[in-house]
Write a protein of this length. Sequence first.
Length: 131
Amino acid sequence: MDDKVKDLLDKIRGAADLAADAAADTARVAGRRAGQMVDVAKLNVQLFDLNGEFNDILRQLGQVMYDTHLGRAGDADSVTALLEKADAAAARVAEVKGRIADLRQTQACPSCGAPCGKEDKFCRQCGAALE
Ligand SMILES: [Zn+2]
């Protein structure tokens, strides 16, 4: 075979290998992004359920408060139990929000809750200092 033709074929083969590597890298990154999106979607479902749970606890606490207002005997133990449940639910909500923020490379403003970039020093919404 002609040396020039051989060189050309080697170059073409090399270029094809590079293109295949690049395509594989792209596929890997896309796969990872898709995986993260699935994780975020699952966490959002979890967050929705947790928020519902939390709101239900708050509703029950409101009911106890209103019953007390009406002069019906309020059960102090049930109030304590409900407050403990509320604390636990709020902690789980914060944890899931943190995991979503990590996956999205964002952080929630501690003041107004707006999503901000991981590297931001101040909130884009309200200007509060971020950690
Ligand atoms: Zn803010």
